[in-house]
Every structure is written in structure tokens, then in C-alpha cells.
Write a protein that binds this ligand. Structure first.
Ligand code: FAD
Length: 105
């Protein structure tokens, strides 16, 4: 077996939405993951953001939406196309977040 196929232990620093989603993907790829955060509990900012309800997607048509990233639009285009608003909505529904968030902004 080549070394890149072995299970690895991956450390994720930061238990915000980005870190937790990275951890989920790392686990799904068959690796072990350990998540560390400087704060006493995970996702504090995101949970605070959700207190009054929050928007986690943007309903603007993609060609206009991607231009909001200005000079980084080309750089981000491929990543956002691979995980677009519909994919994010699907993930939120999978986690049964639909009652917590306004899913179209
Ligand atoms: C009041 C409010 C309302 C918001 N409303 C919305 C909204 O409606 N829709 C929306 O999409 N977004 C909203 N946001 C923004 C949203 O919360 C952030 O975009 C999101 O939390 C960013 O996630 P992240 O994982 O990139 O970073 P963060 O949530 O900031 O997570 C980073 C984590 O890394 C940890 N960390 C940093 N440095 C270190 C270190 N050196 N060692 C260990 N741990 C470290 C931090 O403690 C933190 O837990 C809102 C934010 C606020 C404050």
C-alpha cells in the first residue's frame, strides 16, 4: 500500500463552521480528525450569529453573485461552483437546520 492511502490523523485548528466542515470532509475521506479551538466551546460566533435567525445563502443569480468577490472572483469560481448555494441548502437540510436559518437571502 502506498503511504498516501493510509489513514492519517489530521488536526484542524479552529472549530468554526469552516473547521467543522473540513473535519466532516476529512472523516468522510476515512481519516481521523482532531479539532482544536482557543475558545472553550465550538462555533461560538456562528451560534451567536444564529440567535436572531440568519441567512446562509444568497439568492442572487450566479453570474452577478460571483462578481461580488471582485478581483478574487476568478480564483473562487471553481470552488464555489463545486459547493454552491443549492449544495449548502442540501447540507443544511441534511443536518435539519431548516427551522433555525433563513435559507435564502
Ligand atoms: C452577529 C453576527 C451575525 C452574523 N450573521 C451571519 C449571517 O446571517 N449569515 C452568515 O452567513 N454569516 C453570518 N455571520 C458570520 C458568520 O458567523 C461567519 O462567517 C462564520 O462564523 C465564519 O466561520 P469560520 O469558520 O470561517 O470562522 P469563525 O467562526 O471565526 O471560527 C474560527 C474559529 O477558530 C478559532 N481560532 C482562531 N484562531 C485560533 C488559534 N490560533 N488557535 C485555536 N483556535 C483558533 C476561533 O476561536 C474560532 O472558534 C455573522 C456573524 C456575527 C458575529
Amino acid at each position: 500500500m502506498r503511504s498516501e492511502n493510509k489513514q492519517k490523523t489530521v488536526l484542524v485548528i479552529g472549530a468554526g463552521p469552516a473547521g467543522l466542515m473540513a473535519a466532516e470532509s476529512i472523516c468522510a475521506a476515512g481519516h481521523q480528525v482532531q479539532v482544536y479551538d482557543a475558545k472553550p466551546s465550538a462555533c461560538r460566533k456562528f451560534l451567536l450569529a444564529g440567535v436572531g435567525g440568519m441567512n446562509i445563502t444568497h439568492s442572487e443569480a450566479y453570474p452577478e453573485f460571483i462578481q461580488r468577490y471582485y478581483d478574487k472572483a476568478n480564483w473562487l469560481d471553481s470552488a464555489i461552483r463545486q459547493f454552491d448555494a443549492d449544495a449548502l441548502l442540501g447540507w443544511a437540510y441534511y443536518l435539519d437546520f431548516r427551522d433555525k436559518f433563513s435559507l435564502k437571502g
